[in-house]
Design a protein around this ligand. Structure first.
Ligand code: IPE
Ligand code: IPE
Ligand code: MG
Length: 247
């Protein structure tokens, strides 16, 4: 088994055209728990272990950026109890894992309306970001309180304000500088988007940024997602032809 993984890893590294930026819609925690007759939060807890596996696997391959859809702007609509359990899990995990991530040269950043999270919780994330800001390994980007449409709207508001203040000439606006107003300012677009648990939708994730991203959908539920599953997605990506509208 581990031999099989090593072979796949070697093949990936030999092939060479690694995706720079991989984004993942980590879906299926609830279904994983339901199938075991467990409460949904047990699925989220098991999901954290999958996050650890994938962060490690991405680091080993030398992937530059891993964006994980951790909590959507729309996820606030879930039962209050589930929302607070997810938040608690998120902050506890960040606190517990940050030194290990730091030691592994991981740089933690966030994407989304972080300012809407409670101050003491936000503080944990800000400290984590500060602690790892000079690291040069994997960029681990947590999409948190993230919604693609809100992101575009927020960008439009920023732009409108700058135009009104005379700081920006509307005719100077193009795709490149528009992207600078998005939460992901400075990050290249994802090359590969993985969605687990079989759902064939974008769910308001990185709407602007995924216009030419390769999609990979697997039926594996997120808590069951292994390093091998991750490598299989990367291998699939490496064997595709990207065209960007050309022939
Ligand atoms: C993804 O798993 C985790 C979050 C959205 C926070 P779900 O909780 O959406 O799991 P399913 O889709 O109900 O199985
Ligand atoms: C997307 O999954 C959000 C995260 C993975 C954090 P959802 O489970 O919320 O998406 P829908 O409801 O299936 O579209
Ligand atoms: Mg879901």
């Amino acid at each position: 088994m581990s031999n099989e993984i090593d072979k796949l890893k070697d093949a990936i590294l030999k092939k060479g055209n690694l995706p720079t930026h991989v984004a993942i819609i980590m879906d299926g925690n609830g279904r994983w728990a339901k199938r075991r007759g467990l409460p949904r939060i047990a699925g989220h807890k098991a999901g954290v272990k999958a996050v650890k596996r994938v962060v490690e696997a991405a680091g080993e391959l030398g992937i530059s950026i891993l964006t994980l859809f951790t909590f959507s702007h729309e996820n606030w609509k879930r039962p209050k109890q589930e929302v607070s359990a997810i938040m608690k899990l998120l902050y506890e995990t960040t606190k517990r894992e940050i030194n290990e991530l730091d030691k592994n040269n991981v740089k933690l950043i966030t994407t989304g309306r972080i300012e809407e999270l409670s101050p003491q919780r936000r503080d944990i994330l800000e400290k984590a970001r500060e602690q790892t800001k000079d690291n040069t390994g994997l960029i681990l980007n947590l999409a948190l309180n993230y919604g693609g449409r809100t992101e575009i709207l927020d960008a439009v508001k920023l732009i409108a304000r700058e135009v009104k203040q005379g700081k920006l000439d509307i005719d100077d606006l193009n795709e490149e500088n528009f992207a600078k107003y998005l939460y992901t300012n400075g990050l290249p677009d994802p090359d590969l988007l993985i969605r687990t648990s079989g759902e064939k939708r974008i769910s308001n994730f990185l709407l602007w940024q995924t216009s030419y991203t390769e999609l990979y959908i697997t039926d594996v539920l997120w808590p069951n997602f292994t390093a091998k599953d991750f490598y299989e997605a990367i291998w699939d990506y490496q064997n595709r032809e990207r065209r960007f509208g050309r022939v």
